[in-house]
Design a protein. Sequence first.
Lengths: 210, 210, 210, 210
Amino acid sequence: MPRPSNGDLRRAILDAARSALLEKGYTQLSLRPLARSVGCTATSIYLHFPNKDGLIHALIDEGMDLLHERLEAASSGVGDPEARVRALTRAYLDFGIEQSEYYEIMFMLHPERMERYPAEKYRKARRNLDLFAEALAGLTGRSVAELQLPATIIWSSLHGLVALLIARRIDIRLNRDALLDEAVEQAVRLAAGWRKPAAGPPPAATRPAP
Amino acid sequence: MPRPSNGDLRRAILDAARSALLEKGYTQLSLRPLARSVGCTATSIYLHFPNKDGLIHALIDEGMDLLHERLEAASSGVGDPEARVRALTRAYLDFGIEQSEYYEIMFMLHPERMERYPAEKYRKARRNLDLFAEALAGLTGRSVAELQLPATIIWSSLHGLVALLIARRIDIRLNRDALLDEAVEQAVRLAAGWRKPAAGPPPAATRPAP
Amino acid sequence: MPRPSNGDLRRAILDAARSALLEKGYTQLSLRPLARSVGCTATSIYLHFPNKDGLIHALIDEGMDLLHERLEAASSGVGDPEARVRALTRAYLDFGIEQSEYYEIMFMLHPERMERYPAEKYRKARRNLDLFAEALAGLTGRSVAELQLPATIIWSSLHGLVALLIARRIDIRLNRDALLDEAVEQAVRLAAGWRKPAAGPPPAATRPAP
Amino acid sequence: MPRPSNGDLRRAILDAARSALLEKGYTQLSLRPLARSVGCTATSIYLHFPNKDGLIHALIDEGMDLLHERLEAASSGVGDPEARVRALTRAYLDFGIEQSEYYEIMFMLHPERMERYPAEKYRKARRNLDLFAEALAGLTGRSVAELQLPATIIWSSLHGLVALLIARRIDIRLNRDALLDEAVEQAVRLAAGWRKPAAGPPPAATRPAP
DNA sequence: CATGAATGAGCTTTCATTCAT
DNA sequence: CATGAATGAAAGCTCATTCAT
């Protein structure tokens, strides 16, 4: 995969780094092989990024933006509240599987292992959580503020599936599509469980069944 | 932290490695600082483990056994099926949080990045999944065989929460205890959703509600 | 011995390695002391050679070329067949003694102990053997093809002397010049022994005297 | 090859070291693998030898004795002077090929690379050279004293062949037996060349042919 | 915008050797 | 006679990074 001669070297480096990251992981990604794979010298990388971490940060940024786009695109036109939640969860899982290179550096890296990481960047992740909270609000009739915890619960259940798939910890004999379908439906059921009670038993979220 | 002069060096190495792994990760864990922290030389590590990977494998083994003990201890005496599932999920989350050093090595390391990993060792992880499937069987009246997928769904939702907590990706303003309580209850609700229908609507596992 | 600041570092490394090899041998030659002796860091060596073996290979190459030059220079202008053989043998011995650093790397290192050795390089050694075979052809009236074995015999007898001298196994009370003179003359006599018989006894090469 | 339980550990170590030396060479021979191959611990080696070099020295001693036995056995009963020289050379080559493990440490190791080597031990090698000189004396009618140089010439030509064979520098397409036969006959011819002239042309050793 | 040369710190691993038992 | 535990030194090699050009 030779570097596009007239093209954007920064872009090429980012792309190569992204796929190398998936194979090697953050700490095993090294700049010289990376540079070789993209057809430039290691030194050139420093012309486009302050250092190795800066390169990763740029990728995380990109990934966060990409995920946001995907989630918005998937849910924007959907009117029905439940369908909206379903669309969001499905889009999240799809992103995690298709863009696992991004996903891993975005959500599976320890912040304390990346020195000099600007914590500010993680706030971009909040935007994505908010999309879930807003969809939940539409479905449950509750405020976004009081749905932070439920949204986190749903997000983490989706994250768990993606993370185990990426780490290859899921029994390969399970049908992956069935697994994803089921995960989506259960997430939707979970979401519906937080509906504001018109009349009837309070949802588990507020009070466990006696 | 001077080496316990009379003690078991192997034990001390394992303990030091476990906590070092949590803050450094696998590839950044290096043997010389590790040895220094435990009060021996790097060479001594090779008297007790064949190499760096062997050290990690020993930790994974220990962790798997420890988790199994915890899960069994938590659920063994519990008769009520729902309470049993609740106890299991709670024990799993507790393990992940209290023993996050073990947890990360066990479930958050990429197998392909650890060369020479004996695939056989991953089978120990299966035992733990089986505990969930068995508890589900008690609750739902289904066979363990047909509950592999639901058990995986529940496991992955628990894993997601633990993983995000360990990676410090959860908003710290959320009440952690409430989060865990909620996660447990939702897992139990999920589990109950797979109950074999006596008469009535088919469970979500086989066909989503229309 | 500070590094020649303006000069060719690669050249300096090769030179230092060549003499270090003579006193240390291949396996005891280590890169850090080598680098220190040449005034650079060990890492710098890897800028000029792929690895330790690559460095040695470069030396072997050089040595083979140098020997070839010497042999050709010594024999090129010599018309008389016997004088030609004499010049070749003398030049070979001289090379072995004067360039014993090269000689040892070229002929006294076990190939199986140098991993990753490109077998192709050994073909350069053949060129030198061919020079002997050709000179023998001129002297004996035989074809180069049927002189491979005699050429090898002569070569190995010269090699034996050089090797023992380098390894300091020859009694130091022997007059070295007399030894060399004698070796040359005996080699020439050997060579003459393979002369094609015009009429008379068959040469020893084809059938030992009864 | 497990260690003979009741047997001589020292003997087992020597045997294992001898064959390991051929594969690995002196500097790459390491004591722990050696100990493992013989079924004892590395520490045990130090009970029988002062250190690694001491082990090698013992082997060299053994080898020198063995070669001496072989040469004496081969030549002792032979009356005819020429046949005696032939038997000696043949025995030398055979030893070098069959006992190449011994041969290499005896003659192909640099003394200065083996620290603490007692130079005194090399004198054993002289005994073997003397056997050649004595046989030459029988053949040529000269004194042993004036045959030191010719004996060295013959020895070195034999050594050259053995050394190149051990180092695998000889073209494998050459017939090895023919090569050895030829080497023996040429050595005999060389030897005969030093015959004291009854009447006739002076031998090459004292004056080259005009 | 890009490079080649260079560096110092660091890595995992192996070595010969010692010592208390 | 033999061991297991331990060590300090050193090995080859790779790393992210810098600097003059």
